[in-house]
Every structure is written in C-alpha cells, then in structure tokens.
Design a protein around this ligand. Structure first.
Ligand SMILES: [Zn+2]
Length: 408
C-alpha cells in the first residue's frame, strides 16, 4: 500500500489529535482523587478480547502498604503507571509499591511512573527503585543505567521515572517499590516478639487507637527500678517518635535499630537504662502506613502539620502523642530531656538534624549537643544539611510545637 503526502499529513493529524486526547485523559486522571489501588488488573493490547495471554501483564497493589492507582499501555513495551494519591489528599503522590506477574520469558518493558507530585525527589539525586521476585526475595536496587528520571515532552514536560526491566523468570511474581517497605504488621510482629521475651526492662502498652482501629504503641525501656516513678526522685526521660510520614520507611528501620540496641546487653545500653527512661512511639501514623500513603493519615491530614491544631477525632494518634508529651512535661517527678522525631527526607542524603533556634543561649547550647555527637560518631552525618531555624513554614511541625509548649 502506498500513501500520498496528503494522506500522511492527515494520518499525522489524526494521530496527534488521538495522542492529545490520551494526554487529556491522563491529566484528568492525575488530578482526580482515585480511591483505590489496582486489584490484579491485566493489561491487554487494544482490541484484544478473551482470555489473557502470557505477557499480558497483571498489576496488583491490593496488599498492605501497596500503592498503584492506574496503568495505561502506551505501546507494545511501554506502560504509564499512576501513583494512587494519599487518602483524601489528591495533591500527594510519591510512594509506590506493586506487583507484576503473568510475564513471558525475557519479556522487556519500560515502566514510566508519570504523576509524582514532588518533582525534586530522591530519583533526581540518583536513587533507583527497589525490585524483588518470588525466587529472589531480598530487595535489590535497580541498576542506575536502567532507570531515568527526566522531563518528558509527552507528559507536559513533567518529570517522570522510566525503568527498563527484563522479566527473566516467567513463573516469578515481581514487586517494585519506591523504598524498602516497612509495614504496620512488621512493626506489630517486632513488638510482639519483644513482648514474648518478658524482659524486665521492656514494657509495651496501648496508648490509643487510630481511626481505623490500629494500635498506637508506647514502648518503655529502662532499668526495672525506673519503671515505676519514685516520689521525690526525678527521672530523666527521652521520647522518640517515628513514622509520622508513612512513605519515610527508613524512620522505622532506624527506630527498630534503636529499640533493639536499647534492650540489648551491650554495656552502653545497660548504662543508659540505669540513668534514663526511654519512651518510644514506633508508628505515629499506623493507618497511613497500612494503606500505602506517602505523608497523610486516612483523613488526608499530613500529621506533622497539625501539631498546633489537633482534632481528637480526625487525628487521634497525634492527639494521644501530644497529650502524653504534655503529661510528661508537666510531671514534677520527670525531667523531659530530649524529644527525637525520626523522619526520612525525599531528596537530601545522609544523616542530619532539623532543630530550632532559641534566644536562651544555654538552651540553644543544649540543643546542639546531640547533632555534635552524631557528627563525631556517625559516618554518614551531613552537617551541610543540618538546620536550626524558626521560620513560620513549619509552624505546626513537632519541633516547632516543642518550642511553644514543651520545656518551658
Ligand atoms: Zn517526614
């Protein structure tokens, strides 16, 4: 068949209009608040009907911490993937975690994650997503030369993440994730294991329940003599909070490491238990973690922007944390020495601290002792990223709250 130039021109126009319509649909989909994850969605070529064949990829995110809102087949090899927005908050889209199966041997694909809400993220800094499969269950980072974070002219010049991948074992189930997942169930299993050991220096209690009735755990670690407050004998308390932001999974790995160290028989751990009481809340936002959000709880609230305007009904876990901190602060038998709120940053590398500035020079001096110790002892400490300020941008974050209510 041959085409005249005018036919080709018309054909190109039709293709362009068609492509424009696809893009319009994509834009709408990006902005709509998709409520659910894909549930074993099989993607077939246009016009195909009947039973799915090998190679018609099956996508699933209907599991704990799963997140994938939609999949669109672009060509024989290329798929556009849409992150499901946080619950009730369509503006936040970054965490993804999904599985793929029904592959052909050595099937090669390009996955484009096309609707991140945060353009400047870790992928722009050279990070790559994680992958594992049923026969290789340990997570591995995808090789750098197979992942590209780039401005795409086909997506209004938005930054998209393109991953080239070869499905080498057709029987395997493959899983892709933004970062190492750390689920609510994993946290519960860790605490259950510790509780079963009946250690005299470890205590676990239920501080509150989330909106969806998950546990807000409070762990206390100290020498048994400090477990019960002694009248007239002041105890020094350290509070550690973790995982207020669900997508920041390193927060949970660090928190678990701290707990495992503090309960151990290492001489430093034994010594600090003698002198300090550690109160640890390992998962401040259990609902957000469970459903696979990036920042919010189940009502769409970024809890670290609500410390100054907490609702007991919309933010019950935050309310419980706040009430507990306040009760410690007001207890005459307690010296609340230190509050550490563990996060992970979406585009800064290394270990660093965000803190406040104070007019009281002695308080300021105490405030910078911990970053100084970290700088001396932690290989990955990044002093360039450590910041002390009091701008109004973070006015309802935990660290700002402590300057107003706690320690005064
Ligand atoms: Zn955070």
């Amino acid at each position: 068949m041959s085409c005249r130039p005018s036919d080709i021109s018309l054909f190109n126009k039709i293709i362009n209009v068609f492509y424009f319509l696809i893009r319009i649909e994509s834009e709408d989909s990006e902005n709509e608040a998709s409520l659910g994850n894909v549930i074993r969605v099989v993607i077939r070529p246009a016009g195909h009907s009947g039973k799915a064949k090998k190679g018609h990829l099956c996508f699933d995110a209907s599991f704990e911490t799963g997140n994938l809102g939609r999949v669109q087949l672009i060509s024989q090899y290329e798929y556009d993937l849409f992150v499901r927005p946080d619950s009730s908050n369509p503006r936040i889209r970054l965490w993804f975690n999904f599985t793929v199966d029904n592959t052909k041997p050595d099937q090669r694909v390009i996955f484009n994650v096309v609707n991140f809400s945060k353009r400047w993220n870790c992928f722009r800094e050279g990070a790559t997503p994680l992958v594992r499969s049923s026969s290789r269950p340990h997570w591995q980072r995808m090789p750098r030369n197979t992942v590209f974070y780039h401005s795409s002219p086909f997506h209004d010049n938005n930054y998209i993440l393109s991953m080239c991948f070869n499905f080498d074992k057709e029987e395997d189930l493959y899983q892709f994730a933004f970062c190492y997942p750390y689920s609510y169930s994993r946290c519960q299993a860790h605490l259950d294991n510790l509780e079963r050991r009946k250690l005299p220096h470890f205590n676990r209690q239920l501080l509150a329940q989330s909106i969806q009735k998950r546990r807000l755990d409070l762990v206390t670690i100290t020498h048994p003599k400090n477990m019960v407050a002694q009248q007239g004998n002041k105890v020094h308390v350290v509070v550690i909070l973790a995982r207020i932001h669900p997508g920041e999974t390193p927060s949970s790995f660090v928190c678990q490491g701290i707990i495992d160290f503090l309960i151990s028989n290492q001489p430093v751990a034994v010594l600090v238990r003698e002198h300090l009481v550690f109160h640890i809340i390992p998962m401040v936002n259990p609902d957000g973690v469970f459903v696979g959000n990036y920042r919010c709880n189940s009502t769409g609230a970024d809890l670290n922007r609500f410390w100054g305007k907490i609702s007991q009904w919309l933010h019950p876990t935050l309310h419980a944390c706040y009430s507990y901190l306040k009760s410690l602060d007001q207890d005459k038998n307690i010296e609340l020495d230190f509050v550490l709120d563990i996060h992970a940053h979406s585009n800064l590398k290394g270990v660093f601290i965000y803190g406040n500035t104070y007019n009281d020079v002695y308080r300021y001096e105490r405030h910078i002792v911990f970053p100084k110790l970290l700088a001396q002892n932690v290989l990955g400490f990044e002093s360039a990223n450590t910041v002390f300020n009091r701008d109004i941008n973070k006015s309802n974050s935990s660290r700002r709250l402590y300057t107003i209510f706690i320690f005064n």
